[in-house]
Design a protein around this ligand. Structure first.
Ligand SMILES: [Zn+2]
Length: 273
């Protein structure tokens, strides 16, 4: 939930650009990989930045989101370039009454034909979270961090308890920042309804989910940068784990008792250790 005074459209465009650059800086978005969207439910006027208006059929009816505004990356755009030209790389959708259609607002100099091919998953996650938590703000990032994705190619890391007990043991902050741990879904075809359904389900219980052999999706109801941070926390943990595997598993990691002591001190409720 974001409290008033609400960020202006330009503030949000800048924050999305900075989050995109950050995700690229941590090597989680090669080429045009990855996509970002935010859904906000306070009134904004998109026409000053996005004067071209078209009708847009939504992939699913989202009646409770009528009036909501979604900022979303264009298909084939690079996350690292959004910051230099937000309106060329992003579209703004305003959901119409009834929730079956939206007005698609774009710039005259937009650099894409369609919004990201993962938009259906983004919309479904926003809708599910907003319906259950009533938040007025929700951000989603899909990224392809190398170490997390690599570990998901190793079968034992696709088991959620194994993954979390091994990744959340390298730094005291990890359990504090990801107290629900990292969710896991099996490999599912990108853009498929199966991936969408599994992602929704996992993000009810986690703030970040690992899409096996593909990447991650992270969410935040506070800011887009918070969602980007979650990608980085999880990726840093995976990097430690990879280092440890490469070093012949010489590292101890924090013990269960040490992690429980951290959680006790910082009031973290968790069920992983
Ligand atoms: Zn992807």
């Amino acid at each position: 939930m974001v409290e008033a005074p609400y960020p202006e459209l330009d503030d949000l465009l800048r924050a999305i650009g900075e989050a995109g650059r950050h995700v690229a800086d941590i090597e989680a978005s090669e080429g045009a990989a990855g996509n970002i969207s935010v859904c906000l439910r306070w009134p904004v006027e998109p026409r000053t930045r996005f004067p071209v208006v078209e009708r847009f059929e939504l992939s699913q009816a989202v009646p409770e989101l009528a009036g909501a505004c979604l900022l979303v990356t264009g298909s084939g755009r690079r996350l690292r370039e959004i910051v230099d030209d937000p309106t060329g790389n992003l579209a703004c959708l305003v959901v119409e009454e009834g929730g079956g259609t939206a007005r698609l607002h774009t710039s005259h100099h937009r650099r894409f034909e369609r919004v990201t091919s993962e938009f259906n998953s983004h919309l479904a996650v926003h809708y599910d979270q907003i319906r259950s938590t009533r938040t007025n703000f929700h951000a989603v990032i899909h990224a392809q961090p190398i170490y997390l994705t690599y570990l998901s190619h190793v079968p034992r890391y696709r088991e959620v308890t194994y993954l979390n007990r091994h990744l959340l043991r390298w730094q005291p902050e990890t359990i504090v920042n990801l107290p629900e741990g990292i969710g896991v879904v099996p490999f599912l075809v990108p853009g498929s309804s199966e991936l969408m359904a599994a992602t929704i389900e996992s993000l009810r219980r986690h703030r970040i989910v690992l899409w096996s052999k593909h990447g991650v999706m992270a969410r935040s109801d506070v800011s887009i940068k918070r969602a980007a941070d979650r990608v980085e926390y999880a990726e840093t943990a995976a990097k430690y784990e990879f280092l440890n595997l490469s070093a012949g598993e010489a590292g101890e990691g924090l013990s269960v008792d040490e992690i429980r002591a951290i959680c006790g001190t910082f009031g973290i409720r968790q069920a992983i250790f």
